[in-house]
Design a protein around this ligand. Structure first.
Ligand code: NAD
Ligand code: ZN
Ligand code: ZN
Length: 337
């Protein structure tokens, strides 16, 4: 099978022909039709984070396709089913977090395209218990970005507990952010989008953002405080340290700052303001299978639609280059044929 493989951090991926993985008990083999490119894949291939993936690695955690083989013990899925393979490749199923239905917090989880091979390939092995079926009326290309960007931002907004009619800010209107704007609007929230450049901000506006701020032209926190008195919640999806301080200073008293983007940096948080203003700073990591089902339902109902450009798998290095320079509108989805 054809796959894009990372052999060395910060080096281009190579397109190779590898043996197709074989199904084992508890697994399914998916013929991948498409796989979204998440900024996390770029962090993985650059070795940006404290816990590094083992190389060689096939990245990708927004892979979608058709089940072509399954372990003998897999009874709840059928050959031909259309599924997506999310970041959460598997969890232990019996720790405190798994038992509470928070499998995204399991300390014994495996991650697609990070600790195990992912979707930048024609075939991908997945854990049968952690894939989620794609609603019939969604195409592979439309569904792919929902398996990370969609579920992550949908979950972050749930974590924010912002209520209809309240204002939220979405900092970073890229792959995650452009979906966050749509989920927020579908939830009845008022949205301020923060990013830079006409092509990002005009898309944000088209997708329903009520107000847009170019972070290269204005100080977003200052504008949000003076014009709106602060927001109830901010979801920071940018991969830049500067964005996080700005996000923190955008919330009002009692507000919540939800951290989603993953630059390898520390975030300065003033203790005095946090205490006196009752501000919460909360990390949010992807979502559970139930979150994923709900987030797909929004798309199936036509309330949310990923803005997608497709590229063949072979172009992954150019796509990473574009991502590095913040040039992508919405999500790029790699297609396998
Ligand atoms: P992306 O590159 O598609 O989008 C990032 C956006 O942030 C771009 O549009 C860029 O222009 C914008 N940006 C950069 N600096 C900014 C600033 N100072 N203020 C406002 N916007 C700014 O990336 P993505 O795929 O959306 O991923 C974003 C981040 O989220 C990455 O760090 C990724 O690893 C992380 N992530 C986290 C989770 C999670 O579960 N917490 C899940 C997926 C991705
Ligand atoms: Zn991702
Ligand atoms: Zn667990």
């Amino acid at each position: 099978m054809k796959a894009a493989v990372a052999h060395q951090f910060k080096a281009p991926l190579s397109i190779e022909s590898l043996a197709q993985p074989e199904v084992k008990p508890g697994t399914i083999l998916v013929k991948v039709a498409a796989c979204g490119v998440c900024h996390t894949d770029l962090h993985a291939c650059h070795g940006d984070w404290p816990v590094k993936p083992n190389l060689p690695l096939i990245p990708g955690h927004e892979g979608v396709g058709t089940i072509v083989a399954k372990g003998d013990d897999v009874n709840h899925l059928a050959l031909g089913d259309k599924v997506g393979i999310p970041w959460l490749h598997s969890a232990c199923g019996h720790c405190e977090h798994c038992l509470q239905g928070n499998e995204n917090l399991c300390p014994n989880q495996q991650n697609s395209g990070y600790s195990v091979d992912g979707g930048y390939a024609e075939y991908c092995l997945a854990n049968a218990d952690y894939v989620v079926k794609i609603p019939n009326n969604l195409s592979f290309v439309d569904a792919a970005p929902l398996f990370c960007a969609g579920v992550t931002t949908y979950k972050a907004l749930k974590v924010s507990e912002a209520k209809p009619g309240q204002w939220v800010a979405i900092v970073g209107a890229g792959g995650l952010g452009h979906l966050a704007i749509q989920y927020a609007k579908a939830m009845g929230l008022n949205v301020i989008a923060v990013d830079s450049g006409e092509h990002k901000l005009s898309l944000a506006k088209e997708l329903g953002a009520d107000y847009c701020i170019d972070y290269n032209e204005h100080n977003p926190a200052e504008q949000i405080q003076t014009k709106f008195g602060g927001v109830q919640a901010v979801v920071c999806t940018a991969a830049s340290k500067a964005a996080f301080s700005g996000a923190y200073h955008s919330v009002k008293r009692g507000g919540k700052c939800i951290l989603v983007g993953l630059p390898n940096d520390d975030m300065p948080i003033p203790i005095f303001d946090t205490v006196l203003k009752g501000i919460s700073v909360i990390g949010s990591i992807v979502g559970t299978r139930q979150d994923l089902i709900e987030c797909l339902d929004f798309a199936a109902a036509g309330k949310v639609k990923a803005i997608v450009q497709t590229q063949p798998l072979e172009n992954i290095n150019q796509v990473f280059e574009q991502m590095q320079h913040n040039e992508i509108q919405g999500r790029i989805v790699l297609t396998m044929e």
